[in-house]
Design a protein around this ligand. Sequence first.
Ligand code: SF4
Length: 247
Amino acid sequence: MRANDDLRGELLALVSALKSHVAAETDSCIPVSRLRLKGTGPSRQEGLTARDAAEAHPGTAAAGRRGASGLDGVRRELGDCARCPLHRSRKHLVFGEGSARARLVFVGEAPGEEEDRQGRPFVGRAGQLLTKIINAMGLEREEVYICNILKCRPPGNRNPQEDEIAACEPFLVKQIEAIDPEIICALGTFAAKTLLRTEAPISAIRGRFHDYHGRRLMPTYHPAYLLRNPDAKKLVWEDVQKIMKIL
Ligand code: SF4
């Protein structure tokens, strides 16, 4: 009788431990190894996306506007842009880089000095931190797409002005349409406020998904802010874990 009671106690303890383990797995982020690879299943639960349609019907209008060819078209349309005064002081126009079929797009504010010099987004100290964040998500820079609201550096890294945003943002919208990502991550106050048309501070809107033309948008702190405020890294990690859960 005593042996039966001991066995029953052990079984109850085992079941309890198993339940805790399952609950922890459910609450935690999805391991990177379980991230769905592109092309191995539907990219959205709602059904066929424009991307799926383009894949299913190559050569159609849907296909022509998406992916690398769509992105190339946006770049050609932008050309040697002089639509706002920033063209006068730039060394390079920083269009953006990464996968033309990325499921995740990072959008920052504008190129800084190093980005202007190299013609590539997020390559300075803040960019190196962004690369670490991407790697910590189990991804490579080449698997996501990285760009900014403005494609030319404001002199002295001053804040972008309204006329500059008005001239440049339509090309960002076209880039996003061409890439057709599932999630956009807005980096910093300026990008989040501009994309979401809000005056709310980043501290009030970060950490939850917002709607951006039918796509999920996660605002979080800019890597440059993290360089000045390392304590905020844990908040950014919380935010990107929510992105990883969706991906
Ligand atoms: S910031 Fe944008 S709109 Fe202004 S010149 Fe550069 S590419 Fe053109």
